[in-house]
Design a protein. Structure first.
Length: 441
């Protein structure tokens, strides 16, 4: 996916799609779906209300409430004054199947590590200081050759992969600093962050890369006050995600595509997915045109509400990519009360929707991601002291002879092998295969 070679085609498709033949015709399928979404919304509201008047008044998932009542903090400092020097060392110390929240208090600095958070370690928080952040950075691309002698692919290019549930990040920079691929070059996908676990929240984070920056892969996700930078298809995947107050920036002179949302009937669970953006700002820092999205999958779904769009956003807005009849395929692209020179809904492709207040309501709140059961305020405030108790400084990985080698060559760790072959995780393999197939297709 994200072949630069496809862009001339993309542009011509967009021009075709904008022809008067395709003037606004929401269609019965769209109306049915809106009705269903609104019904879901009411049912969920009712469920939460019922839960809230129950025994504790707590609507949070029980396992999450329990985890929040039992917190441990590990201090990670690349300069060596914490419990651990690397994030990988701290993650390795978390017991599998942990039931309490483990907060990694990340001291400022660069963490040149490839991270893979196994699904067996839920309730992990990466906490940093947005004004002086921890920068997690690596530079693999899809074309990087892995241990097995083959290119690692899009999934394997990821700097930081989160596969466990209930992850939280505050004030962290996730970055892939591979040089930007030349237009038309193959294998330029360079993922900075891939989120595959469900119920994950990101506050005041920066997700920084080029092609395929943020793999919003699967699950319920919330991004608030984040900066996301990229070029082609830079937010992609079949997550069901709510982006609020985010700054979304194209870094290229050529064409950028902000989303490639992969809602499709052929991946289990993907039909529940979609990206909703509220009160975000979209802009380009190098002058290239910006598409709001192109359809990766037959039923791609993206909504922008109250979003500021700079002049780089192309008037047609959206692209059907390889979908021949976007108006009847199940693609839902909508906008509501956006502003700025790039926001003129009248010039959009005929099959995009200028939504009404009632239509947009299910999308523009944390209820879109069933947030009442898992979204909590960001973990701001002063860092707690380390509460890690089980280790003396003598056997702390930060001090042990092994740790320097792990700091210098994170690739030698078991985790990096996992990152280049995530198929070893059972629940993962099926989806990964189908996404990879699409990406190489
Ligand atoms: C608290 O969390 C730790 C780490 O996950 C776990 O080992 C411990 O059993 C938990 N304690 C309670 C009371 O749940
Ligand atoms: C987090 O982001 C919001 C929005 O950009 C900003 O108002 C707030 O000051 C940020 N918090 C910190 C601690 O930087
Ligand atoms: C919109 O987002 C900006 C940050 O980008 C924030 O300062 C502002 O408070 C937000 N407005 C609302 C209504 O949430
Ligand atoms: C995740 O951890 C489990 C349990 O240790 C292990 O069997 C599995 O291989 C790990 N998955 C990956 C993808 O590393």
């Amino acid at each position: 996916m994200g072949r630069n070679m496809a862009l001339p085609l993309l542009l011509s498709l967009a021009v075709l799609a904008a022809s008067p033949a395709a003037t606004a015709n929401p269609g019965a399928a769209f109306d049915n779906w809106l009705t269903a979404t609104n019904t879901d919304y009411k049912v969920n509201q009712a469920l939460y209300a019922k839960k809230a008047v129950g025994d504790t008044g707590n609507t949070l998932d029980a396992s999450l409430s329990a985890a929040e009542a039992n917190k441990t903090t590990y201090v990670v400092d690349p300069k060596g004054s914490g419990d651990y020097k690397t994030i990988n060392a701290a993650l390795a110390a978390i017991p599998e199947g942990n039931t309490g929240r483990v907060i990694l208090d990340l001291k400022p600095g660069e963490y040149r590590e490839k991270i893979f958070l196994n699904l067996s370690k839920p309730f992990v928080t990466f906490k940093s200081d947005p004004m002086n952040p921890a920068i997690i950075v690596y530079s693999d691309t899809a074309a990087t050759v892995g241990k097995d002698g083959k290119p690692v692919g899009t999934v394997g290019s990821t700097t930081c992969a989160i596969e466990s549930d209930y992850f939280v990040a505050y004030g962290v920079v996730f970055k892939n600093d591979a040089p930007l691929a030349k237009p038309g070059a193959k294998g330029g996908q360079a993922v900075a962050l891939r989120v595959f676990g469900t119920k994950a929240a990101f506050y005041n984070c920066t997700i920084d890369g080029g092609q395929d920056t943020l793999y919003d892969h699967k699950g319920l996700h919330y991004f608030k006050d984040c900066l996301i930078r990229g070029s082609v298809d830079f937010i992609f995947g079949f997550g069901r995600s709510f982006y609020e107050n985010c700054d979304i920036v194209s870094i290229v002179k050529e064409v950028a595509v902000l989303t490639a949302q992969q809602r499709t009937k052929t991946i289990e669970g993907a039909i529940e997915s979609g990206f909703s953006f509220k009160n975000c700002s979209i802009r380009g820092e190098a002058g290239g045109q910006i598409y709001l999205g192109r359809a990766w999958g037959d039923s791609s779904r993206v909504v922008y509400a109250y979003t500021q769009m700079s002049k780089e956003v192309v008037p047609v807005g959206w692209d059907g990519w390889s979908i021949k009849a976007p108006e009847s395929s199940g693609i839902y692209y909508g906008e509501f009360k956006c502003s700025g020179p790039g926001s003129d809904a009248k010039k959009r492709v005929g099959w995009a929707q200028d939504l009404t207040e009632a239509q947009v309501k299910p999308f523009i709140g944390t209820h879109y991601v069933f947030g009442d059961s898992w979204i909590q305020p960001p973990p701001t405030g002063k860092s707690a002291p380390s509460t890690k108790t089980s280790k003396s400084s003598a056997d702390s990985p930060a001090e042990s002879p092994d740790s320097s080698s792990s700091a210098e060559s994170p690739k030698s760790s078991k985790d990096s092998a996992a990152a280049s072959s995530p198929k070893s995780s059972a629940s993962y393999s099926k989806d990964a295969k189908s996404s990879e197939k699409k990406k190489e297709a």
